[in-house]
Design a binder for this molecule. Structure first.
Ligand SMILES: NC(=O)c1ccc[n+]([C@@H]2O[C@H](COP(=O)([O-])OP(=O)(O)OC[C@H]3O[C@@H](n4cnc5c(N)ncnc54)[C@H](OP(=O)(O)O)[C@@H]3O)[C@@H](O)[C@H]2O)c1
Length: 283
């Protein structure tokens, strides 16, 4: 089989490449350039009218970043700008590819983009015996295709700049199949794979790529969950965990660890054991 799809891309010198040990990154090196100094950095958060996106925009603003917030709810974005002077509201529906392109061009016309965070999300619990294809397609459109629209618009500019960071907000629900996750889980699994592939393609080009994998966070998205959510965080706590992950240069920024390490372990289990454990825990 040809290995042309895995051939290294011709690119600029690699910050993480260690020629002395044959190109393997040292174990102690962070996977991404750590992001600790946010003062003056231009950050675009897509899906920031509420919840994790809004709290992260607020935390970054407190660190001195120039935050640009996008989502469909204009009033919520305007309200954010009033509470966070110097920030910029950029209303956007991520399902509109040409609107994403146009808005990205105007963002880039104002200056370089240091970080793009894709937080837009849609979630409804769904099981195999109540399948709603239209709603599944909406999950796909907001959670995945919208991210593709943003990536297609920003990657050429970030490559031309030679620096910048892309974060995709996935979910631990993307690690493996889970009950109620028929519509949501597959879109988040796609983001996990997408983030890994982006990392392989873009890290050597001087860009950072990270995957954000929250456990449960109290937001409008989870407000209708009819079960007790373990290790539930506030959006502000989620935002602090993200800042910590960026500061450490992590690739998969998952939190809270007291919950997500167990979900990480589920990834390693053989199918028979995985299915039995999840059935016992949830049915
Ligand atoms: N909460 C959790 O427990 C949890 C756990 C794991 C992962 N996540 C992920 O975290 C991210 C943020 O979710 P959240 O929990 O903070 O929920 P949220 O408060 O409902 O945030 C979702 C954001 O997505 C935006 N959005 C939805 N459709 C959009 C569209 N077509 N175009 C542009 N923006 C759109 C919403 O704004 P508008 O409605 O104004 O457009 C809102 O700002 C999502 O990707 C979610 O899957 C959440």
């Amino acid at each position: 089989m040809s290995n042309k799809h895995f051939a290294p891309v011709n690119s600029a010198p690699v910050a993480t490449k260690n020629v002395a040990n044959g190109g393997w990154p040292a174990l102690w090196q962070p996977l991404n350039p750590p992001m600790r100094q946010w003062a003056g950095k231009r950050v675009w958060l897509v899906g920031a009218s509420s919840g994790i996106g809004e709290a992260t925009a607020s935390a970054l603003h407190a660190q001195g970043a120039v935050v640009m917030v996008s989502a469909r709810k204009r009033e919520a974005l305007q309200d954010f700008v009033v509470r966070h002077p110097g920030s910029i509201a950029l209303p956007l529906d991520v399902s509109d590819a040409s609107a994403v392109q146009a808005l990205t061009a105007s963002v880039l016309a104002q200056g370089p983009l240091d970080c793009v965070v894709y937080c837009a999300g849609h979630y409804n619990a769904m099981r195999a015996f109540s399948m709603d294809v239209a709603d599944m397609e909406r999950h796909l459109s907001v959670n995945y295709t919208g991210a593709l629209h943003v990536l297609a618009a920003v990657i050429p500019a970030l490559r031309a700049q030679g620096h910048g960071h892309i974060s995709l907000v996935g979910s631990v629900a993307g690690y493996r199949g889970l009950p109620n996750s028929l519509a949501y889980g597959p879109t988040k699994a796609a983001l996990v794979n997408l983030a890994e592939t982006l990392y392989l393609d873009l890290r050597n080009q001087g860009l950072g790529v990270s995957l954000i994998s929250p456990g449960f966070v109290q937001t409008p998205l989870t407000a209708n969950n009819a079960f007790d959510m373990p290790a539930l965080l506030t959006p502000a706590q989620a935002a602090q965990a993200m800042l910590q992950g960026w500061a450490r240069g992590q690739f998969d920024i998952h939190f809270p660890k007291r919950f997500t390490v167990w979900i990480q372990l589920l990834r390693l289990l053989p199918d028979r054991l995985f299915f039995a454990l999840v059935r016992r825990a949830t049915l």
